[in-house]
Design a protein around this ligand. Structure first.
Ligand code: NOJ
Length: 442
């Protein structure tokens, strides 16, 4: 009987973010953005989403029943500091309740402090375009750590630091909807500096805390490896999307060349106690001069047919393995802070989970210190500009009635979490066609 067993203390979790599940977040830039027709694909808005402000505990019960021992969630800045310098005791009390509820269920929380949304008051002051945002973020972080630190030891300062800059300031599909790549780099620089400042601030208050960033890395390969232009395009995009943040966190240098100057930020060097990796997919790219906002890259549809929209990227577990092997060089624990599939019918997700976890297992077996895996997501939720039209949950949510139904992938993940392993029998029942890929070499 072939089995892929994971370490006994492995964290088996799921991930969510405040704005995508809570409902009622009317005081941030995303809510304002959602009010303009055309911004959200299905015309929906983030209220009530999964109504977690009122019923998170019901889903925490489900997470526990599904064998999970960790959950990554975020706290919403605009709730905690609804006006500049004013703190909401009510919001803090509710977050304490949620974190306590997780702990009571034996679920270790990882708390993200910034997951895309910004308080309106901050945006009115120029948001992340201005360096003034940095001390304001640090003050908020200090407050949160003072208020919640007894319940949390795993902190994630910023979720996907490249997304607000590129989606909000270069491509323009996220708020504030600007198309100015130079400004995007400025925003990225400010977010990374804010991370560094927050990292040190958290450690001053809570020396034992484990602090990191959830960095989204998307694999980039040239569509035609023999074409120098495709190779250049893939490597340029890899540098801009993946490596820039990697170099910032490890070497303390912002390499914005050719769109800005290189800047040393010594406080950034080594400012992570774990590496948080958000990995979903890869792109095979061709050089395209008409796509400066995409760093002159155009992604091709996946070579093999896959039941997810082609623009979402190619499902490619080998690239997860490749990233993990590369990140091992930093000698720090690694958490997969997100991994998941856009799959509205749950047809493909079981196979996605199995093949990606098999890639994680292979990396661990070769000595890579992966300490946990957070599947995105526990429940279907508000998928930003896609509204409710893109489902990522292990649990199906009927957004009319708030009824929950565990999907087949949720059943599978429950079995894996409870066993701490992938067994041959699971593979036979959920994705027999992927048997060879999963048990490679066994
Ligand atoms: C990345 C983001 O962190 C999360 O908010 C989003 O919903 C998922 N990926 C899926 O796209």
């Amino acid at each position: 009987m072939k089995t892929l067993s994971f370490p006994h203390d492995f964290l088996w979790g799921t991930a969510t973010s405040a704005h995508q599940v809570e409902g009622g977040n009317h005081n941030n830039d995303w809510w304002a953005w959602e009010q303009t027709p055309g911004h959200i694909k299905d015309g929906s808005c983030s209220d009530p989403a999964c109504d977690w402000w009122n019923r998170a505990e019901e889903d925490f019960d489900r997470a526990r029943q599904m064998g999970q021992n960790a959950h990554r969630l975020s706290v919403e800045w605009s709730r905690i500091e609804p006006r500049e310098g004013h703190w909401s005791g009510e919001a803090i009390a509710r977050y304490r309740q949620m974190l306590t509820a997780l702990r009571e269920r034996g679920i270790e929380p990882m708390v993200t402090l910034h997951h895309f949304t910004n308080p309106l008051w901050l945006v009115e002051k120029g948001g992340w375009e201005r360096e003034e945002a940095i001390p304001l973020f640090v003050r908020y972080v200090e407050r949160v750590v003072q208020e919640l630190g007894d319940l949390v030891s795993l902190w994630c300062t910023i979720n996907e630091p490249t997304v607000v800059p590129f989606m909000g300031y270069s491509i323009g599909d996220f708020p504030p909807g600007k198309r100015d790549t130079r400004l995007a780099f400025k925003v990225l620089g400010n977010l990374l500096k804010a991370h560094a400042a927050a990292y040190h601030a958290i450690h001053r208050i809570q020396p034992q805390a484990q602090v990191g960033v959830a960095h989204n890395m998307r694999a980039m390969d040239p569509a035609n490896p023999r074409s120098p232009l495709d190779r250049w395009a893939a490597s340029f995009r890899d540098r801009m999307g993946n490596r820039l943040v990697e170099w910032a966190l490890t070497e303390g240098v912002l390499r914005f060349f050719p769109l800005g100057r290189t800047e040393r930020v010594p406080e950034l060097a080594g400012s992570f106690d774990y590496w948080g990796l958000n990995y979903y997919n890869r792109d095979r790219v061709v050089f395209d001069i008409s796509q400066p906002g995409q760093f002159f890259c155009r992604a091709l549809p996946a070579e093999h047919s896959q039941p997810v929209p082609w623009w979402w990227g190619e499902i490619h577990p080998q690239s997860l393995y490749r990233f993990l092997k590369e990140l091992a060089r930093y000698g720090k624990p690694i958490y997969i802070t997100e991994n998941g599939a856009l799959d509205n019918t749950d047809e493909y997700r079981p196979r996605y989970i199995l093949t990606h976890l098999a890639a994680v297992h292979r990396a661990i077996a070769e000595g890579v210190p992966v300490k946990g895996y957070f599947h995105w997501s526990l429940v279907d939720n508000f998928e930003w500009a896609d509204g409710y039209s893109a489902r990522f949950g292990l649990i199906h949510v009927d957004f009319e009635t708030q009824k929950r139904t565990i999907k087949r992938s949720g059943e599978l993940y429950r079995e894996i979490c409870l066993a701490g392993a992938i067994t041959e029998d699971m593979v036979e029942r959920y994705a027999p066609e992927a048997r060879d890929e999963i048990f490679q070499g066994l």
